[in-house]
Design a protein around this ligand. Sequence first.
Ligand SMILES: Nc1ncnc2c1ncn2[C@@H]1O[C@H](COP(=O)(O)OP(=O)(O)O)[C@@H](O)[C@H]1O
Ligand code: SF4
Ligand SMILES: [Mg+2]
Length: 367
Amino acid sequence: MKQDIILEAIDVVKHFGTGGGWLSRYPVVQAVDGVSLEVRRGETFAIVGESGCGKSTLARLLMQLLTPTSGDVLFEGRQVSAIKGQELRRLRRDMQFIFQDPFSSLNPRMTVGKLVGEPLEIHAPDLSAQDRRAKVAELLRQVGLRAEHADRYPHEFSGGQRQRIGIARAVASGPKLIIGDEPVSALDVSVQAQVINLLGDLSRDLGLTLVIIAHDLGVIRHMSDRVAVMYLGRIVEVGTTEDVFADPQHPYTQALLAAVPSMDGAVTDHSETVHGEMPSPFDPPQGCRFHTRCPHAQALCKTQVPTLSTGKRASHQVACHFAETLPAQPRPATAPQKSKTAEARFALYRAATEGGAIAHKEKQDRP
Ligand SMILES: Nc1ncnc2c1ncn2[C@@H]1O[C@H](COP(=O)(O)OP(=O)(O)O)[C@@H](O)[C@H]1O
Ligand code: SF4
Ligand SMILES: [Mg+2]
């Protein structure tokens, strides 16, 4: 087992048939098509890409909520599809999920106390009812809510608060890794910053590994240690956040970054800045899947699939036949400052989001 790798995907494929069995004439959605990645223990790893590129499918494959068509997912060096029984329960405790939509992911008929206490009932059945209540109160405080909120129902809370409840639920079982599928994209921009800060605090305090999925590079910029960029079911670039932001190598990442405003935390709709429509995942382009939208495409791109390979730095990989010869796109003015720890980056995010409007909104969002 590789010591520092907590989660690994090896050539993972997920094709969804739309009916009629595998020999049918019905089309197949190539949602995830050969993704390999490694998440290191303790890091915050971001996966970014346009809507429909396969991020949620990949997240569910990593969590073993979906079975891959082919390929393997390894958690702490063990193939998750082979884990059964008691060990599967432990895996479910060790890997938790935060959903995109804090409105539909919480059972409206359960009190907050019950919602946050439920994972404890499953994973710590020996806790007395009194100890469980005390633990729920502690968890609520940890996510910035109050102990007395335990008696209320989800509809009594704002979107940001509901996401805090979802986070308390995820943290309750004492996981090693949390996967957040666009955990802030349904929230108001100012509330997004608070929830990102909370995730940063928790990952630091609890020594958690985070995998954060986002369609917006601005959101993950200061919170992630490394970032993988996805396009139509494949990873096209992966590297440290500093390297990817300062020196993007793939034309798709370059186009996405050109759309990120220098004001951190602001939201942009990238679909307007990467020209042309995203091709259908039912019939993705041959060769490089980005060739129909790439300003640098050449004949080779239409026939040969570029593989992820190391470019200028060992830690920075890109899947483009012409990465070495493309014009450089340095972004010194807006690249994040070099900071060694995620903690330092969170501090930066905090500084960037501390402003009149946001402070005001934060007050409003408080219970
Ligand atoms: N259960 C499913 N059955 C059929 N197609 C699906 C299913 N889930 C996702 N897809 C398709 O797979 C592609 C990737 O979807 P998704 O993983 O949700 O992307 P993202 O999260 O990046 O928006 C989309 O074309 C979507 O319609
Ligand atoms: S392989 Fe070709 S089409 Fe694909 S990103 Fe590189 S230059 Fe563009
Ligand atoms: Mg999604």
